[in-house]
Design a protein around this ligand. Structure first.
Ligand code: DGY
Length: 407
């Protein structure tokens, strides 16, 4: 079967009717940013199904505007922590945190591919707007967007969180059984040290019934993050373009963009010469060069300062773009967000580079992503040194990246 056919078959395989699983087994629910990629992938061959995906995602929105990172549509004992642990308070059982807001940007791409979907996009626009307002209300530090849990940034075990994680007291976290390591080699997953802290942060959220103001006061984990800041900045730009077309008032969004642009500058680590995450409690940078540092172009910033460090990281790997600097202590080419290359990040970074005129780098990332997928299938992520596929298999968002960009 041709790869494009295989990619479509992968989306169909993970399709639950109105939403798509990232992959069977390891991730048996609807994940927020995975779903935005799925919607875009579907739109390349079945636009109606693409729009339905976004509509289902937004149907889980809380009354305060937050769109949760997991919607637990149907109980599945194969995943931990499930709805009983999270106790989200939205219309659909959910987690209590969000994920990078890429949905508006994918909606703009879907609209360009399928202009007939305009009425459906128009109906979703106010919901996305409310979600973005939620970020601006609850999650800013000096204009940069913060995460309150490593899972929120999507880059679960990235070294960005190590300093903040050390401050978490896990003595009372209790006993639990992980499920992820029954689906995937534990060497490719976060450690028990990480999981203890992930759970403790969930317990803290539950203890205040996910009241975001109260949580901000007690949470030892609050990190201003390039993933969130850059994806929101980009989403707002796309919201303005779509909002003007739909006759919406976009003045407020223009103000938000100015705030985030100033906030992005607070993430520029002059010593490291890269965008970096910043611990809100200590005020210190984490000194991490990651693939999230390279999302500045996707955010619409034409920043030449950021290029040399990213180029160095590209040159140190066989396949673009490692999630963590191969020259740094702790680089691990197989362990999730501490080294592997991820097609979804490659797409966001590479397409952003192409848009901002760094076409040589963007093309390199696209070609490497295409090679990885054609040689090794639709894996969750890959070893950037030798291409070994890792994590989950038959992965939805990797198939979507093939359909929408790499093929
Ligand atoms: C997981 O279960 O590993 C997910 O990434 C959490 O969102």
């Amino acid at each position: 079967m041709h790869l494009t056919e295989q990619a479509r078959a992968t989306l169909r395989l993970n399709d639950k009717g109105r939403y798509t699983l990232p992959t069977h087994g390891l991730y048996p629910y609807q994940w927020n940013w995975d779903s935005a990629f799925a919607a875009w992938g579907f739109t390349t061959f079945d636009p109606d199904r693409g729009w339905t995906e976004l509509e289902t995602l937004l149907s889980g929105q809380w009354d305060d505007g937050m769109v949760p990172h997991i919607l637990f549509h149907r109980p599945d004992p194969g995943y931990f922590p499930g709805p009983d642990v999270w106790q989200g308070r939205g219309p659909i059982p959910s987690s209590g945190i969000t994920q990078p807001p890429v949905a508006a940007t994918f909606m703009a791409k879907m609209l360009a591919m399928d202009p007939a979907g305009a009425p459906r996009a128009r109906a979703l626009w106010p919901k996305l707007h409310a979600w973005h307002r939620w970020f601006m209300t609850w999650r800013l530090d000096r204009g940069a967007v913060c995460v309150t849990h490593p899972w929120e940034a999507g880059r679960d075990n990235a070294p960005d969180w190590d300093n903040a994680m050390r401050a978490i007291d896990v003595r009372d976290v209790g006993a639990y059984t992980r499920r992820d390591t029954t689906h995937v080699d534990p060497a490719m997953r976060p450690t028990k040290y990480d999981y203890d802290r992930y759970l403790k942060l969930v317990q803290l959220g539950v203890s205040v019934n996910w009241d975001h103001g109260a949580l901000a006061k007690i949470n030892p984990f609050r990190v201003a993050d390039p993933t969130m800041t850059f994806t929101l900045l980009r989403a707002l730009r796309d919201m303005i373009t779509m909002g003007r077309r739909f006759g919406e008032d976009v003045a407020e969004i223009e103000d938000w963009i100015a705030t985030l642009e100033a906030g992005a500058e607070t993430l520029w680590n002059a010593d490291m010469q890269c965008y970096d995450s910043r611990d809100v409690h200590s005020g210190k940078f984490n000194d991490v060069l990651s693939n999230a540092s390279a999302l500045c172009w996707y955010a619409g910033l034409n920043d030449q300062r950021a290029r040399p460090a990213i180029e160095r990281m590209l040159d140190a790997a066989t396949y673009a773009l490692p999630s963590f600097d191969p020259a740094a202590v702790g680089f691990d080419p197989l362990r999730y967000w501490r080294g592997p290359t991820w097609p979804i990040m490659n797409y966001l970074v590479g397409s952003g580079m192409e848009e901002q005129g760094l076409s040589d780098l963007g093309r390199r990332i696209r070609d490497d992503t295409a090679q990885l997928i054609s040689r090794h299938g639709f894996a969750e992520y890959y070893n950037p040194l030798d291409g070994t596929p890792a994590g989950g298999e038959t992965f939805t968002w990797t198939a979507a990246v093939w359909l929408g960009w790499a093929s």
